[in-house]
Design a protein around this ligand. Structure first.
Ligand SMILES: [Fe+2]
Ligand SMILES: [Fe+2]
Length: 229
């Protein structure tokens, strides 16, 4: 399998107040995450993926309600955002096989979910453009963090354990795939979300949309009635 390539240099230069607020907010949260987790990348991945799976579902919900109210087509945004939420949830299901959160981290996850879900919902209602820009910047940081995680594995500070079965099934990885292969596909997913969200923000700001990095192929999750057969 060839490793998915990711353009690490992509950064949306903040323009105007909305972008600056989104960028500043992201940098504050980055500082908090760096302080809290330091180099515990497995724990960092688990806790932050519980947050990363929220915005797509919020954006999908609000766009869905908007389409119903206005009786207008969504131009594929709802499906795109729901796919993002599902993909982020699969990151969580993968990393929970690698690292288990501490009791304190579980408490943080619960508290953060309350605050972040409600806060992001209100932000999306007030300014969808800022909300998508926030996610674009979060994903820029995710790409950086997973690049650090790769270095951690390559330099032997994190064991390159076998890839969890759920990750092999979801991304169609070979039987001998390792954590390193998983981090590579996850990072490529994050680059895809980064570009999608910056593009959505650009569209809402009447700026030219940008190229979107491909996400690595993965299986879509089957509805439960298919499992029952
Ligand atoms: Fe993720
Ligand atoms: Fe992400």
């Amino acid at each position: 399998m060839t490793a998915p390539m990711v353009d690490l240099s992509i950064h949306h230069q903040p323009r105007g107040l909305s972008d600056r607020v989104a960028f500043g907010f992201t940098k504050v949260l980055r500082w908090c995450a760096d302080t809290f987790f330091a180099r515990r990348y497995g724990h960092r991945a688990v806790v932050l993926e519980t947050v990363a799976a929220v915005p797509g579902m919020v954006g999908a919900t609000i766009n869905h309600l908007h389409a119903l109210r206005r009786m207008r087509d969504d131009r594929g945004w709802i499906r795109t955002l729901m796919d993002e939420a599902e993909n982020e949830r699969m990151h969580l299901m993968t990393f929970i096989e690698v690292s288990q959160p501490t009791l304190f981290e579980r408490m943080v996850i619960i508290a953060v979910q309350w605050v972040f879900y409600v806060g992001f919902f209100v932000l999306y209602l007030a300014s969808p453009r800022t909300a998508h820009r926030v996610v674009g910047y979060f994903e820029e940081e995710a790409v950086i963090s997973y690049t650090h995680y790769l270095a951690e594995i390559d330099e032997g500070r994190s064991a390159n354990v076998p890839a969890p079965a759920i990750a092999r099934a979801y991304w169609g990885l070979p039987d001998d795939a390792t954590l390193r292969d998983v981090v590579l596909v996850v990072r490529a997913d994050e680059a895809h979300h980064r570009d999608v969200n910056h593009s959505f923000a650009n569209e809402l700001a009447d700026l030219p949309t940008q190229a979107v990095a491909e996400c690595p192929p993965h299986r879509s999750l089957e509805p439960i009635w298919k499992h029952a057969a």
